[in-house]
Every structure is written in structure tokens, then in C-alpha cells.
Design a protein around this ligand. Structure first.
Ligand code: NAG
Length: 396
């Protein structure tokens, strides 16, 4: 069952199919005061397209960027990132279009220095002729502008994005779906082509981190806890439950440590962005889980007088790890602003586990009560009989 849940989750986590708008072929004409553009490219993410004309002599790049905001009342943005090969948000010189002043679309420029947008202001290239307007009945917005790149411009890193809302006159942060994070690429002004970003590895790393941790801390460890709590009630499952439990927890721990390492790596790479709670919960869960693994080696025998203490310790730590793990999966999904279906898939998986646990709780209580009654009868029938106690492992 745990495997099925993991597969279900993995399926839900697959990236969405690219949207199929062939925008360049449908956006042939812009308002009459805009000349036709020399080149156009359908950009590989977010259903956006870019029309442009580059005048090598003057260094002017005239663009019309077309995209649909993530929701009505949202914003669209396009920019050039001259800061380095990776592209991405920090360093981008951006044109952001939104209905900043009520209903009319307008454009502001942003010199973006980090993973927060910051205030509007001058950008590294002289920008003129800025305008934006609704370009199609389906809500697509066109952003126009002329940017002077200076002489000798060849290949540019460009970045684009769409957002769902403007709050307090400032564009609210965009979603962190795969399409959003991959929305960058190269613009070859000489050959008049656009190509996908060379570096999609950050998105890939985030996805691997999410899947590893959701599957291990979020699914396998809770499954292992359920196995231990309920299967051991059934005599036929002894000692199989123990090996199943240890297998689940060791697999979960191994995958969890790998996921944990990817998280540390992501944290080191995204300078200036700190998710203190997510990190603290992760460190606590990792420490407690490591203690659990070592506790296995110092487990007293079943009849040892310290076994009850060890059990109490092992159970409370175990439940704490499960709670921390599940909490942090939700925290992580909030940080990555994953699409709702990822969250729904995980909640469904938790519901399935919860339902299974509930049924097993009822069934095992029935078994324990029946055994207790049989044991009492026996004691009563052969007075002085020796079988009046619950076997030690039912009392947990
Ligand atoms: C953009 O911000 C960077 C970092 O603060 C600064 O060095 C640069 O001069 C700014 N560019 C413009 C055009 O203001």
C-alpha cells in the first residue's frame, strides 16, 4: 500500500504538459502605431511569446512580450539578465506590466537584485516607449518597449514571468511551479532565435528534494509506524511486523537523509533566502530519526526490566519524527508554492494512511479485548492457572 501511495504521489508531481499556444502565428498584428517586428519566438514556458527587432547600428532592441497573467488582475514581466550565464531572477533588468493605476495597463522598470522584486526604478539600459495593453480576448497582455543595449550585443539571457495579483501597488510574488522557475532562456540577436535556458537544474533539484522528502518523511516513516503499532497485535505477523517495520524505517531514513542533503544543498545555493522554520524542523526531525536508528542497537531484550522505558522512549520519539516530517512536507510545499494538485495528492495519501490506521485501531482493539476475555475465562476455569496476564507486547 505504501508503494502505491508513493507511486500516486510521484505521478501527481510530474511536470504539467507545456501549453499549446502557438502565439507567434496568431499575434501578427499589433496596434497600428507599432511597426511589425522582425522576429518572433514562442517561448518554451508559461505560454508566452516575444516579438523583437534589433537595430545593430543604434543598439536599440524593440520588443513586444505577450503573456497571460496567472489570474485576472495579475501581472506579466519580461527582462534581460546581463549578470551571468545562469540567468534567473537576481540581476534581471525587468519590464513589469500590471494595472498599477486602477484598470489601465502600464509598465514599470525594476532593477532586480535578489529573489524579492524590490521597488521600481531605473534599469541598466535606457528604456523608452514603454506601454502595455490587453492584446487578446483570452486575457493575453502585450508589453511594448525599446531598450538600448549599446553596440555589439549578440546573445542575451532573458527572463519572463507571470503573476496572479498586485497588492499595495506592487506585483505579488509569482508561483514556484516548474514552468515559472524554468521561464528563462537565451535570445540570439544575430541569428534572431530564442532558445530554452541552459540551466533548468535548479528546478530539477527542487523537484528531487520535494519528491524524496515527501516519499520518505511524509509517507514511508508513517507507514512504518503504522506497521509497528498494529501488525504486532496479530500473532501470525510476529516477527514479520518487526522486519517490515525496520525495513520501512531504514528505507525511509536513507531516502530522507538523501532528501535532507538536497535541501542543505538548495539552501546553500539560494543565497539570501532563508527558510528558518523549515530548516529548524528538518534538523530536529533528522536528529530524532538518527537517534531512533541508534536506539535499535541498544534495545533491551523483551523481558528486560528496562524494556518498558525503552518502548516509551522509542514510541514518543517515533511519533515526534512522524509529526515533524509531515509538518515539514507541508512547509516545503508552501515554500515551493507547489501547484494545488501536489498538495491535494499528499493530503489524499495522508487520508488513506489515516483511514487504514483507524480501521486497524478498531480491529486490533477487538482482538485485544477478545483475548483478554478468553484469558480471564481460562483463569476462572482452571483456578490458579498461569495464563492470566497479557503477553508483554499487548500492553504497549
Ligand atoms: C541595480 O542594483 C545594483 C545593486 O544594488 C546596483 O549596483 C546598480 O547600480 C543598479 N542599477 C541601476 C541602473 O540603478
Amino acid at each position: 500500500m505504501g508503494v502505491a501511495v508513493v507511486i500516486l504521489l510521484a505521478l501527481a508531481l510530474l511536470p504539467p504538459p507545456p501549453s499549446a499556444t502557438a502565439a507567434c502565428s496568431t499575434e501578427a498584428s499589433f496596434p497600428s502605431n507599432r511597426a511589425a517586428y522582425a522576429a518572433c519566438a514562442d517561448l518554451p514556458h508559461l505560454g508566452a511569446s516575444l516579438h523583437w527587432t534589433h537595430d545593430a547600428a543604434s543598439g536599440d532592441l524593440s520588443v513586444a512580450f505577450v503573456a497571460r497573467p496567472a489570474a485576472p488582475g495579475g501581472w506579466v514581466a519580461w527582462g534581460i539578465n546581463p549578470s551571468g550565464a545562469g540567468g534567473g531572477m537576481p540581476g534581471t533588468q525587468a519590464l513589469v506590466a500590471a494595472p498599477f493605476d486602477g484598470n489601465a495597463w502600464s509598465v514599470r522598470t525594476y532593477n532586480i537584485t535578489g529573489y524579492a522584486l524590490g521597488p521600481p526604478g531605473p534599469i541598466a539600459f535606457p528604456a523608452s516607449d514603454l506601454a502595455a495593453e490587453l492584446a487578446a480576448a483570452d486575457g493575453r497582455v502585450a508589453v511594448f518597449g525599446r531598450i538600448n543595449l549599446g553596440p555589439g550585443a549578440g546573445t542575451l539571457n532573458h527572463v519572463w514571468q507571470v503573476g496572479a495579483a498586485v497588492s499595495g501597488g506592487s506585483p505579488a510574488p509569482h508561483a514556484m511551479g516548474g514552468d515559472n522557475l524554468a521561464a528563462k532562456g537565451q535570445l540570439d540577436l544575430v541569428r534572431a532565435t530564442a532558445s530554452a535556458g541552459a540551466d533548468d537544474s535548479a528546478t530539477e533539484k527542487r523537484n528531487i528534494h520535494g519528491i524524496l522528502n515527501a516519499a520518505s518523511w511524509g509517507i514511508l516513516l508513517p507507514v512504518g509506524a503504522i506497521v509497528a503499532r498494529y501488525l504486532k497485535t496479530f500473532r501470525a505477523a510476529d516477527p514479520a511486523w518487526f522486519y517490515l517495520h525496520v525495513t520501512c524505517q531504514l528505507l525511509g531514513y536513507a531516502a530522507g537523509v538523501a532528501g535532507w542533503a538536497t535541501g542543505i544543498n538548495l539552501g546553500n545555493e539560494s543565497e539570501g533566502v532563508v527558510y528558518a522554520t523549515h530548516r529548524a524542523v528538518a534538523v530536529a526531525a533528522f536528529a530524532l530519526a538518527t537517534l531512533q536508528v541508534f536506539a535499535l542497537f541498544v534495545r533491551p531484550g523483551k523481558t528486560h526490566k528496562c524494556r518498558a522505558y525503552w518502548n516509551a522512549y522509542h514510541h514518543s520519539l517515533g511519533y515526534a519524527v512522524v509529526v515533524l516530517g509531515v509538518v515539514n512536507v507541508f512547509k516545503g510545499m508552501a515554500i515551493l508554492r507547489v501547484e494545488q494538485r501536489w498538495r491535494t495528492a499528499y493530503i489524499v495519501a495522508l487520508f488513506v494512511l489515516g483511514a487504514v490506521a483507524l480501521v486497524l485501531e478498531v480491529v486490533t482493539w477487538g482482538v485485544v479485548v477478545r483475548r483478554r476475555r478468553m484469558a480471564e475465562n481460562k483463569t476462572f476455569n482452571n483456578s490458579g492457572g498461569s495464563n492470566g496476564h497479557m503477553p508483554p507486547h499487548y500492553s504497549m
